[in-house]
Design a protein around this ligand. Structure first.
Ligand code: G3P
Ligand code: CA
Length: 282
């Protein structure tokens, strides 16, 4: 076996542990040490396979599991508060209904955001970005995704203003699928680490477009299903980094290692044990 794989023993031991763990259901899964051998691990919406996504419970799990970053999705309420939730509406993940932009913080705080995942999490509240920073700043990195910024005029300035209240943003990455918003955020605070999320329709990316993106973005992030090793190399040649995500691809880690990406964004989803990537003996 190639030396490349020999260096991956920790990763594969972890994968084996996960494969065995997931037979038992979330309640019985023990915390695991994560060592991706150089790649960073980003807990997608918190450790969203273990606790209700984008809630304190899921973020705590991500911290407990040893992730390097917590990823959180951000919208804006009717009264201009930065709300952590994936969807534009509260319907799927809470006991309420309606669009976040039509609800006030007070109304959103009355919602229950845990029991859609499991009754054990009944009472879990919706969080704000302030609360996330308050709880986790300095303990773990944060990847803050601005969702649909065109729906929320001024959300970019609000996020930058909030982050400016912290002494350093070196462990914070701000990301979005909206490239123009990310460019503007870079202009507002050139020290902030920026990631642009690529849609399938953006690839293949021309060399000129990659030059443009890497001129303001530190990370170019892809779903694993539509990135290639060549594209990762092209980003690296421009001193950019690549994080990949997937909820569905069972070979996420295997591909991420092969493509030599800089990290994975995952909800610690149900990755089955895959015998073909077992580590070989020295
Ligand atoms: O961080 C990448 C990923 O979060 C983008 O997809 O829909 O889960 O926010 P989504
Ligand atoms: Ca996200």
């Amino acid at each position: 076996m190639k030396p490349h794989w020999k260096r991956r023993r920790f990763l594969l031991a972890w994968l084996l542990t996960l494969g065995l763990m997931f037979t038992a259901g979330y309640q019985h899964q023990p915390a695991v040490d994560i060592d991706l051998d150089g790649m960073v691990a980003v807990a997608h919406r918190g450790a969203a396979s273990y606790a209700p996504e984008n809630t304190m419970a899921a973020f705590q799990k991500g911290l407990e599991f040893g992730a390097d970053f917590l990823e959180a999705d951000v919208h804006m309420s009717k009264d201009g508060e930065l709300i952590i939730m994936h969807d534009e509406s509260v319907d799927r993940t809470t006991n309420g209904s309606g669009l976040i932009r039509d609800l006030t913080l007070e109304q959103i705080k009355e919602l229950e955001a845990g029991s859609h995942f499991h009754p054990d999490f009944f009472g879990e509240p919706v969080m704000t970005l302030d609360e996330l920073l308050e709880a986790f700043y300095g303990k773990i990195g944060l990847v803050i995704e601005i969702k649909h910024p065109s729906l929320y005029p001024g959300i970019d300035e609000k996020v930058v203003e909030l982050l400016s209240q912290y002494p350093s943003t070196e462990s914070i990455i701000v990301q979005s699928f909206d490239i123009d918003t990310m460019k503007r955020i870079h202009e507002l605070d050139p020290d902030l680490q920026i990631a642009v999320l690529m849609k399938a329709s953006f690839v293949p990316i021309s060399p000129g477009k990659l030059d443009e993106l890497t001129s303001f973005a530190d990370y170019i992030n892809f779903n694993i299903s539509f990135v290639s090793r060549r594209t990762v190399n092209e980003v690296h040649e421009r001193d950019g980094k690549v994080l990949v995500w997937s909820k569905k691809d069972k070979r996420l880690i295997q591909k991420a290692v092969f493509y030599e990406v800089d990290g994975i964004i995952t909800d610690f989803s149900r990755w089955p044990f895959e015998p073909e990537i077992q580590v070989a003996e020295e």
